[in-house]
Write a new protein. Structure first.
Length: 253
């Protein structure tokens, strides 16, 4: 990372590299209260959340640095099964840069990965399930296939029922994680999962990287699914800029 400009205060822009501690302070979760669900997504200038099915082509080194910072602050990372398959998700790792901060906050060495899946159609031999530092959670509905539940549990995953049908109900998912002491929540998508959180009114904060790229095509937006009857307003909390990338943060009003 070269430099970041905080542009919410036009009189105080600083042209210098930010340390990980400064980024962690800037992106800290609110103190006290209940669970807080934030999303972290990247979008091209023309609204694409992916290029050729993956987010990496529209990302940057600094975007990944912030990505790592947000993970370093979270109790759990909530992600959809399709994103796990497309992005090749691996277990979150312990990072020395965040060890002292996490210990002071009473957190484990790394965030848990919580995978949302109705079918549980996942490869449980993957490192995400077979060799995680923190046991992987599987959020699913009460009607999930029993044989897949048994396979997940045999692989070492913890299955969490968060819906009465085959799928997950977003408010119940947040509550179920909170009941396990996982209050600082981060979702990294995909777009369909984020759309479900938005529709349910459970998203508290959006960290959105605006990439200075154009992709055209028919790639998904950052949130998919049915439109809200009334658009929900969010307020800007901060903006950082580097090399044309805008790193924005919005909170629900």
């Amino acid at each position: 990372m070269r430099r970041l400009f905080p542009v919410t205060d036009q009189t105080a822009a600083v042209d210098r590299e930010w340390s990980l501690d400064e980024l962690a302070d800037a992106y800290g979760y609110p103190d006290g209260g209940g669970p807080w669900l934030r999303a972290n997504m990247v979008s091209s200038l023309d609204g694409a959340a992916q290029h050729e099915g993956r987010s990496q082509p529209i990302s940057s080194d600094t975007d990944m640095r912030i990505f790592g910072t947000l993970r370093g602050l979270a109790d759990a990372v909530v992600v959809g099964a399709e994103t796990v398959r497309l992005e090749g998700y691996r277990p979150a790792r312990a990072r020395e840069a965040f060890a002292e901060r996490r210990a002071a906050a009473g957190q484990g060495p790394a965030p848990a990965i919580a995978v949302v899946s109705a079918s549980l159609d996942l490869d449980f031999s993957l490192p995400l399930f077979a060799r995680p530092l923190v046991p992987t959670l599987l959020l699913t509905g009460a009607a999930a296939p029993p044989d897949r539940i048994r396979a997940a549990e045999k692989a070492g995953a913890e299955v969490v029922i968060a819906g009465d049908g085959p799928g997950v109900e977003p408010p119940r998912a947040v509550r179920a994680l909170a009941e396990r002491g996982l209050l600082r929540l981060l979702t990294e998508g995909g777009p369909r999962l984020l759309g479900q959180f938005v529709a349910a009114g459970t998203l508290d904060e959006l960290c959105l990287t605006l990439s200075p790229t154009l992709t055209a095509g028919d790639a998904q937006r950052i949130a998919g699914g049915p439109a809200l009857a009334v658009p929900e307003r969010f307020a800007m909390a901060s903006v950082l800029e580097e090399a044309g990338f805008l790193f924005t943060r919005y909170r629900r009003i």
